[in-house]
Design a protein around this ligand. Structure first.
Ligand code: AP5
Ligand code: ZN
Length: 210
């Protein structure tokens, strides 16, 4: 199964990608996570991306397309994959088509902007392993400590209110047009993402079975 998860920042793409990845035994590939790792390691890609990411803007297409091209050539992608956060522009979707990759389904997780703001402002992530938590919806067993690796939980720089607003604007402007791009290809499935994590998971897995 070759799957794309679409949706606003904070819609729950990363949360659902993790569950689907475990259920279907295919890798979840997040361009956001790859770029954050590149940043931590001090690589050229990380340096190029930092100012865009911190400001809530999209990293230039050519940088992200190059990252995804290399990642999809790895062995673990042979039996399928979940793309979380890519493509995010029409140019990226066209680049994916040019790579000769036939996507099976595109799941769009729909959540209204007000709820997105609540989710992102309460999100905390582990600075060591990247696991995601929420101060209300997904608390760790010990405050500010990761359940998985005991690392420290921090707030992402782009989860501050002004940057969240910018990210939502960028989403509506540049990423939302992908819905009609994939609808025209007959690949789009819309999933309600406002309720509990488990409800969204149920709807997403059902959309994969049809
Ligand atoms: P990226 O890391 O991809 O961020 P994003 O798309 O903005 O998505 P998020 O990770 O913020 O949200 P999510 O939908 O995964 O939600 P999550 O599951 O964590 O990208 C960051 C930046 O990198 C971009 O701004 C850009 O600069 C750059 N970038 C990345 N890809 C790019 C590309 N292709 N092109 C150009 N630039 C790119 O959930 C959010 C919170 O809500 C969590 O706390 C979670 O616990 C909670 N939650 C989830 N589901 C529920 C639920 N059902 N109920 C209650 N709480 C929930
Ligand atoms: Zn951790």
């Amino acid at each position: 199964m070759k799957l794309i998860l679409l949706g606003a920042p904070g819609a729950g793409k990363g949360t659902q990608a993790q569950v689907i990845s475990e259920t279907l035994s295919i890798p979840a590939i997040s361009t956001g996570n790859i770029i954050r790792e590149a940043l931590k390691s001090g690589s050229e890609v990380g340096k190029k991306a930092k100012s865009y990411m911190d400001a809530g803007k999209l990293v230039p297409d050519e940088v992200v397309i190059e990252i995804i091209k290399h990642r999809l050539e790895e062995d673990d992608c042979k039996n399928g994959f979940i793309l979380d956060g890519f493509p995010r522009t029409i140019a990226q979707a066209e680049a994916l088509d040019r790579m000769g990759i036939e996507i099976d389904r595109v799941i769009d997780i729909e959540v209204p902007d007000e709820k997105i703001t609540q989710r992102l402002s309460g999100r905390r992530v582990c600075e060591s392993c990247g696991s995601s938590y929420h101060v209300v919806y997904k608390k760790p067993a010990i405050e500010e400590v990761c359940d998985v690796c005991s690392g420290t939980l921090i707030q992402r720089k782009d989860d501050h209110p002004d940057t969240i607003r910018e990210r939502l604007m960028v989403y509506h402007d540049q990423t939302e047009p992908l819905k009609s791009y994939y609808e025209k290809k007959g690949k789009l499935f819309i999933v309600e993402g406002q309720e509990e994590v488990a409800d969204t998971t149920r709807l997403t897995l059902a959309a994969l079975e049809d």
